[in-house]
Design a protein around this ligand. Structure first.
Ligand SMILES: [Zn+2]
Length: 243
C-alpha cells in the first residue's frame, strides 16, 4: 500500500485526538444513517479523508477507534475501504463484565440492577409471548430438570433468565441481564469453589431454583405478569442469599 513504511507521526497530541474522535463519531452517524448494512463499504481511505477533510494521521486514528468499537474495519486491496461490521455481543458483554468487576460492583448492587431489569423483562416477555416462546421456556425447564436428574448441576442455572430476557425483545434488557446474571453467578461460584462448598448445598440450590423457575414460567404462560414479577423477585432474593 502506498505510504506504508513512511514515517508518520503518531497522533498523540490532544487536538488531533479530539478531532479523530469527532471523525469516528461522524463515521458512526454515517453508518447508522445508512441503515448499518454490514459488509457495505463507506469509501476508500482517500475518499474518506477528503469527505471528512482531515489529515491522513487523524483519519488513521479515527479508523483505529471505529475498529476498536467494532463499527467498521479497513480492508486493503482492490474493492477495499472502510467496511461496515457489527459489534460482537460476546465481546461487548465481556467488556461490560470486566468493567463492573474493576469497579468492584457488589452483589447487593448487582441484585438491585438485576431485579429492576428482570422485572421489566417479565412484563414484556408476558406481553410478547408467542407459541414458539412457550416452547423455548418449556425447553429451558426441561434442560434444567435433566441436569438435576443427572446430578451434574452446580447451584443456580441462569439459562432461563436469558430466555426470558430474550423473549422481552428489548436488546437493552437482553444485554444487561446477561451481563449481570453471569457476573453474579461467577462471584457465587468463585466463593463456592474457594470455600469448598459441599455439593449437597449446590444440589439443593439447583432444585430450589428450578422450582422457582417453574413457577415463574407458569405465571408468564398464564399471562399473569404481576404474579410472574412477584415470583421473580422472591427468586432473586433467594439467589442473593446464596453464600
Ligand atoms: Zn433463576
Amino acid at each position: 500500500m502506498a505510504g506504508e513504511g513512511s514515517v508518520e507521526p503518531a497522533v498523540t497530541d490532544k487536538p488531533n485526538q479530539r478531532l479523530a474522535e469527532k471523525v469516528a463519531e461522524q463515521i458512526e452517524k454515517d453508518i447508522i444513517s445508512g441503515g448499518w448494512v454490514t459488509g457495505s463499504v463507506l469509501g476508500s481511505a482517500s475518499e474518506l479523508i477528503e469527505r471528512y477533510s482531515v489529515s491522513r494521521a487523524v483519519f488513521r486514528e479515527a479508523v483505529r477507534l471505529v475498529e476498536y468499537q467494532q463499527m467498521a474495519t479497513m480492508r486493503r486491496g482492490p474493492g477495499g475501504g472502510l467496511v461496515v461490521t457489527e459489534p460482537d455481543p460476546g465481546v461487548v458483554r465481556n467488556a461490560a463484565r470486566v468493567y463492573l468487576r474493576h469497579a468492584e460492583v457488589t452483589r447487593e448492587q448487582l441484585f438491585e440492577a438485576r431485579t429492576a431489569l428482570e422485572l421489566a423483562g417479565i412484563v414484556q416477555a408476558t406481553e410478547n409471548l408467542t407459541e414458539s416462546g412457550i416452547v423455548l421456556l418449556k425447553d429451558a425447564l426441561r434442560v434444567e430438570e435433566k441436569f438435576i436428574e443427572q446430578g451434574v448441576t452446580r447451584g443456580h442455572a441462569r439459562n432461563l433468565h436469558r430466555v426470558i430476557a430474550e423473549l422481552a425483545e428489548n436488546p437493552a434488557i437482553t444485554l444487561f441481564v446477561e451481563v449481570l446474571t453471569q457476573l453474579d453467578q461467577e462471584i457465587v461460584q468463585q466463593e463456592w469453589d474457594t470455600g469448598g462448598a459441599d455439593s449437597e448445598g449446590q444440589h439443593e440450590a439447583a432444585v430450589e431454583s428450578h422450582e422457582a423457575h417453574r413457577a415463574i414460567v407458569a405465571a408468564i404462560i398464564a399471562g399473569d405478569a404481576p404474579l410472574g414479577q412477584y415470583r421473580m423477585r422472591r427468586h432473586l432474593q433467594a439467589i442473593a442469599r446464596l453464600l
